[in-house]
Write a protein that binds this ligand. Sequence first.
Ligand SMILES: [Zn+2]
Length: 282
Amino acid sequence: MPEGPEVECTRLSLRRFEGKKIVKIELTKLSQKYKKYEGKQKIFDVFIGKTITKIERKGKFLIWNFDFSKVILNHLGMSGHWIISEGADVPTQIIHPKIKILFKNENKIAIFEDARNFGQFRIYDTYQDVINYLPIRNLGSNGLKVPFPQEAFAEKLKLKKNANKEIGRILLDQTLIAGIGNIYKSEALALAKINPLRLVKKLKPEEIERLGFSISIILHKAVDSMGSSIQSFRTFTGEEGSAQKWHKVYAKAGIDCESCGNEIIRIVQDKRSTFYCEKCQV
Ligand SMILES: [Zn+2]
């Protein structure tokens, strides 16, 4: 699933369409096969002739703002990604196109491809309505914020409800820090040399600080690498991101740790895989 850095890369590439007027927004033939898109063409038609003013990211959501009050909230789901392509037609190598957008005076189109079909498009009457949507309202601090929100991170970890939780579980809680998913959780804990099974209440202040720095370093490094392409994420040109090349622990069970030679292990926390080195992470 695309995490904060992959969604941020998507936002940065889609920004080229800010200030551009939409001439056509089309649900593809393929999308009509899925109930979730059925009859939605009319709803999307209200954006024809409108100009995109700003594309924002909140956690793993993209918020599309226009020169009128309506707003599109877009989640990439498990496998969704935007591709920017030359010309007006969807290239044949894009096999799961769901939405296609054409812009005025622009020889490129934006295509939303989504093989597993978990991507979301919600349309709101106003920006405030989006902000009131619970998964947005409850989001914690932006993990990509510079400088990293150390104080807010430490304060939230100190909450009583979190004391007895394993750090490897709680890092996925988007109300703590928004944008961390399973990959960067494992990588941040590895960089901070913290065992994912440690209870939050047992972490020393200096470890929490180190973890905050590690989250920040890992998330920014991921954006610089155009994200991780473990399953299906693709950059806007259709290429794979390269962050997986520097992963130290994620999906490396059975492989020797680069630092100590011990085998990386995989455990399951809240039905999600966590990878770590028992020797380096204490
Ligand atoms: Zn190690």
